[in-house]
Write a protein that binds this ligand. Structure first.
Ligand code: UDP
Length: 196
């Protein structure tokens, strides 16, 4: 696509409706596609970490999450972007999941927050199928078991709420073990935000 480079990170010049169209396409695909938020806070960390660099470079969709990236795109490229805030886009994806009868898996945040987020999303999106959930404090030794639970849930959409860069690295390390997931969005602290 016409991905923009902004001081060593990338962003896709997409608005919310183009972004959700991309997710529709991802759902028809045959591998897990990744969605991460592009924001200037990552300019410092991403170029210094090869694993993170690779996760961002190979991301399927990098949304213009905040005002910082919008301003930077304007100054550096004369590009006029609309914000696609991750918190709101996550809920666009939930709405799409209901429409398309796809189920979601919620991985991340503290146990109480994760549980409350499930209740909140069920209330806000009637008919949403939440096929599984896990808090974000799973030990490495328990990871194969979590992967099995995600795969057994048959969820098409996985939300990773581990914070950045944890969630990007998790995707880089485990995407090829996922058998049903087609869309994976890194949502940072969104579950805290929607339950707080
Ligand atoms: N988190 C998690 N597992 C961890 C560390 C953090 O699930 O090992 C969750 C944390 O509970 C919070 C989210 O990740 O819901 C964001 O955490 P943090 O504020 O540290 O990251 P940031 O928002 O700065 O990316």
């Amino acid at each position: 696509s016409d991905r923009l480079n902004i001081l060593d990170i990338w962003v896709d010049p997409v608005d919310r409706s183009q972004s959700i169209q991309r997710v529709r396409d991802f759902l028809q695909g045959d591998r897990p596609c990744s969605i991460f938020a592009a924001n200037p806070e990552k300019n410092f960390s991403v170029p210094r970490d090869p694993e993170l660099w690779k996760a961002f470079q190979s991301a399927d969709l990098l949304i213009p999450d905040g005002i910082g990236i919008v301003v930077a795109a304007r100054l550096l490229h004369g590009a006029v972007l609309q914000r696609v805030p991750g918190v709101e886009f996550m809920q666009d994806i939930c709405r799409l999941a209901v429409e398309e009868e796809k189920s979601i898996f919620l991985y991340g945040a503290r146990e109480s927050v994760n549980k409350a987020a499930v209740d909140r999303l069920r209330t806000r999106f009637p008919g949403l199928c939440i096929a599984g959930r896990s808090d974000g404090y799973v030990q490495d030794t328990q990871m194969p078991q979590l992967i099995r639970r995600i795969n057994d849930s048959k969820a098409s959409i996985l939300f990773l709420a581990l914070g950045s860069p944890r969630q990007e690295k998790w995707f880089a390390n485990h995407a090829d073990e996922l058998t049903s997931v087609k869309v994976c969005q890194g949502i940072g602290g969104t579950l805290d935000a929607i339950t707080g």
